[in-house]
Design a protein around this ligand. Structure first.
Ligand code: C5P
Length: 206
């Protein structure tokens, strides 16, 4: 691979399927830049919870808005999936994501519409998924480890509500792109899932 050529690894899937962990590991392994696109929608959602207009917040988003730990709460996740149904919000975030995807040196992006809308020409396309129960258990453990006060039942409800909203919206709904490799992590440990993703990238680079 020529390091000045664009090389995009696009990863889609529902909440807590393992996209972020896989994305970070693939980026580190191949020296690629990584963008967790959920943070863009979370940053807009967080501003809406503080009273901002969603479209204006999306248009004014700056890199520094993506760095707060406060974006990782369940309330912000729900707000993110609500602003994510607004076509003007998605449109405002499009150019930044497309430019990131095709930057020199290569990039990994994870989200809901990376393979379908942001970068259908990506050299590697994956759809990472797992059952709602497995994903809720993982997210529950993550939130507890961060000191948040929640229950498994509340997290499962949150995951199912976001799955519904993300899959049923009319603009850029969550679905596997044609030609994407489906990685079901329900039964896979994280190391095996990362190894499978790395094998797909190796194959594309060969
Ligand atoms: O991935 P994460 O859970 O951080 O995403 C938060 C929300 O942002 C998702 O539930 C989804 O509604 C929205 N999102 C999106 N498109 C993306 C990434 C995230 O609609 N590419």
């Amino acid at each position: 691979m020529n390091s000045t050529q664009p090389f995009t690894v696009a990863i889609d899937g529902p909440a807590a399927a393992g996209k972020g962990t896989i994305g970070r590991a693939v980026a580190a392994r191949f020296g690629l830049a990584h963008l967790d696109t959920g943070l863009l929608y979370r940053a807009v959602g967080a501003q809406v919870l503080r009273g901002a207009d969603p479209v204006e917040a999306a248009r004014a988003l700056a890199a520094g808005d993506l760095e707060s730990d406060a974006l990782r709460t369940a309330a912000v996740a729900q707000a993110a999936s609500k602003v994510a149904v607004i076509p003007e919000v998605r449109a405002a975030l499009l150019d930044f994501q497309r430019a990131f995807a095709r930057r020199a040196g290569g990039a990994v992006l994870d989200g809901r519409d990376i393979c379908t809308v942001i970068c259908p020409q990506a050299e590697v396309k994956m759809f990472v998924t797992a059952t709602p129960e497995v994903r809720a258990q993982r997210r529950f453990e993550e939130l507890i480890a961060r000191g948040q006060d929640t229950t498994y039942a509340a997290v499962l409800e949150d995951v199912q509500a976001r799955d519904r909203r993300d899959s049923e919206r009319s603009t850029a709904p969550l679905k596997p792109a044609p030609g994407a490799d489906v990685l079901d992590t329900s039964q896979l440990g994280i190391d095996a899932a990362v190894a499978a993703a790395i094998a797909l990238v190796d194959e594309a680079r060969a």
